[in-house]
Design a protein around this ligand. Structure first.
Ligand code: 5GP
Ligand code: ZN
Length: 114
Protein backbone atom coordinates (compact mmCIF):
# COMPACT_ATOMS: atom_id res chain seq x y z
CA UNK A 1 0.00 0.00 0.00
CA UNK A 2 1.90 3.04 -1.27
CA UNK A 3 0.03 5.63 0.83
CA UNK A 4 0.03 3.69 4.12
CA UNK A 5 2.09 5.32 6.92
CA UNK A 6 2.94 2.01 8.57
CA UNK A 7 3.99 0.40 5.27
CA UNK A 8 6.33 3.39 4.83
CA UNK A 9 7.69 2.93 8.37
CA UNK A 10 8.28 -0.79 7.71
CA UNK A 11 10.18 0.09 4.49
CA UNK A 12 12.23 2.74 6.34
CA UNK A 13 10.77 5.57 4.25
CA UNK A 14 9.47 7.23 7.44
CA UNK A 15 11.81 7.05 10.45
CA UNK A 16 10.75 5.15 13.56
CA UNK A 17 12.29 4.02 16.83
CA UNK A 18 12.51 0.27 16.35
CA UNK A 19 11.87 -1.96 19.35
CA UNK A 20 11.76 -5.41 17.78
CA UNK A 21 11.73 -7.07 14.37
CA UNK A 22 11.22 -10.53 12.90
CA UNK A 23 10.68 -11.77 9.36
CA UNK A 24 6.95 -11.05 9.64
CA UNK A 25 6.58 -8.38 12.33
CA UNK A 26 7.92 -4.89 13.06
CA UNK A 27 7.52 -3.05 16.39
CA UNK A 28 8.31 0.60 17.16
CA UNK A 29 7.54 3.27 19.74
CA UNK A 30 4.29 5.20 19.24
CA UNK A 31 4.96 8.82 18.26
CA UNK A 32 2.37 10.07 20.81
CA UNK A 33 2.76 7.72 23.79
CA UNK A 34 -0.23 7.36 26.10
CA UNK A 35 1.66 5.38 28.74
CA UNK A 36 5.29 5.25 29.92
CA UNK A 37 5.72 2.31 27.54
CA UNK A 38 3.70 2.48 24.31
CA UNK A 39 4.82 0.27 21.45
CA UNK A 40 3.05 -0.52 18.18
CA UNK A 41 3.34 -4.05 16.80
CA UNK A 42 2.47 -4.42 13.12
CA UNK A 43 2.58 -7.20 10.52
CA UNK A 44 4.99 -6.41 7.66
CA UNK A 45 2.27 -7.38 5.21
CA UNK A 46 -0.46 -4.76 4.75
CA UNK A 47 -3.71 -5.87 6.42
CA UNK A 48 -5.98 -2.87 6.86
CA UNK A 49 -7.73 -3.90 10.08
CA UNK A 50 -8.73 -6.81 12.27
CA UNK A 51 -11.77 -7.21 9.99
CA UNK A 52 -9.45 -8.17 7.14
CA UNK A 53 -7.93 -11.16 8.93
CA UNK A 54 -8.85 -14.40 7.15
CA UNK A 55 -7.71 -18.05 7.05
CA UNK A 56 -4.95 -17.15 4.55
CA UNK A 57 -3.32 -14.31 6.52
CA UNK A 58 -4.18 -15.05 10.17
CA UNK A 59 -0.90 -16.93 10.81
CA UNK A 60 0.78 -13.56 11.34
CA UNK A 61 -1.21 -13.17 14.58
CA UNK A 62 0.95 -15.89 16.11
CA UNK A 63 4.04 -13.79 15.38
CA UNK A 64 2.38 -10.62 16.72
CA UNK A 65 1.47 -12.26 20.04
CA UNK A 66 4.88 -13.89 20.45
CA UNK A 67 6.51 -10.53 19.61
CA UNK A 68 4.39 -8.89 22.33
CA UNK A 69 5.69 -11.41 24.87
CA UNK A 70 9.30 -10.80 23.86
CA UNK A 71 8.93 -7.02 23.89
CA UNK A 72 7.20 -7.04 27.29
CA UNK A 73 10.07 -9.15 28.63
CA UNK A 74 12.75 -6.93 27.08
CA UNK A 75 11.12 -3.77 28.41
CA UNK A 76 10.66 -5.28 31.88
CA UNK A 77 6.85 -5.22 32.08
CA UNK A 78 5.92 -8.87 31.65
CA UNK A 79 5.57 -9.32 35.40
CA UNK A 80 4.08 -5.91 36.32
CA UNK A 81 1.54 -6.23 33.49
CA UNK A 82 0.58 -4.60 30.23
CA UNK A 83 -2.29 -4.19 27.78
CA UNK A 84 -2.38 -5.33 24.19
CA UNK A 85 -4.99 -3.26 22.36
CA UNK A 86 -6.38 -3.37 18.85
CA UNK A 87 -8.72 -0.62 17.67
CA UNK A 88 -10.82 -1.94 14.79
CA UNK A 89 -12.70 0.67 12.78
CA UNK A 90 -13.56 4.31 13.32
CA UNK A 91 -15.91 3.88 16.31
CA UNK A 92 -13.08 2.12 18.13
CA UNK A 93 -10.71 4.98 17.33
CA UNK A 94 -8.67 3.34 14.57
CA UNK A 95 -6.83 6.12 12.74
CA UNK A 96 -4.17 4.16 10.84
CA UNK A 97 -5.64 1.48 8.61
CA UNK A 98 -2.78 -0.99 8.81
CA UNK A 99 -3.44 -3.65 11.47
CA UNK A 100 -1.56 -2.86 14.68
CA UNK A 101 -1.52 -3.74 18.36
CA UNK A 102 -0.74 -1.16 21.01
CA UNK A 103 1.39 -2.65 23.78
CA UNK A 104 1.04 -0.29 26.73
CA UNK A 105 2.44 -0.59 30.22
CA UNK A 106 4.76 0.85 32.82
CA UNK A 107 1.84 2.25 34.80
CA UNK A 108 -1.13 0.98 36.77
CA UNK A 109 -4.17 1.05 34.48
CA UNK A 110 -6.86 -0.38 36.74
CA UNK A 111 -9.50 -2.86 35.65
CA UNK A 112 -11.76 -0.69 33.50
CA UNK A 113 -11.79 -1.36 29.78
CA UNK A 114 -13.21 2.02 28.73
P1 5GP B 1 -4.97 3.81 16.19
O1 5GP B 1 -5.65 5.07 16.67
O2 5GP B 1 -5.15 3.61 14.70
O3 5GP B 1 -5.33 2.59 16.96
O4 5GP B 1 -3.44 4.03 16.46
C1 5GP B 1 -2.57 4.65 15.59
C2 5GP B 1 -1.34 5.04 16.39
O5 5GP B 1 -0.31 5.33 15.49
C3 5GP B 1 -1.55 6.28 17.27
O6 5GP B 1 -1.33 5.95 18.63
C4 5GP B 1 -0.53 7.27 16.72
O7 5GP B 1 0.08 8.05 17.72
C5 5GP B 1 0.47 6.37 16.02
N1 5GP B 1 1.14 6.99 14.88
C6 5GP B 1 0.54 7.67 13.85
N2 5GP B 1 1.47 8.09 12.97
C7 5GP B 1 2.68 7.66 13.47
C8 5GP B 1 4.02 7.79 12.99
O8 5GP B 1 4.31 8.37 11.93
N3 5GP B 1 5.00 7.21 13.75
C9 5GP B 1 4.73 6.55 14.92
N4 5GP B 1 5.76 6.04 15.59
N5 5GP B 1 3.47 6.41 15.39
C10 5GP B 1 2.46 6.96 14.67
ZN1 ZN C 1 0.21 -0.66 5.38
Amino acid sequence: MSDCIFCKIIKGEIPSKKVYETEKVYAFYDIKPEAPIHVLIVPKVHISSHNELNPENVDVMKDIHLAANEIAKELGISESGYRLINNCGEAAGQTVFHLHYHLVGGTSMGSKIL
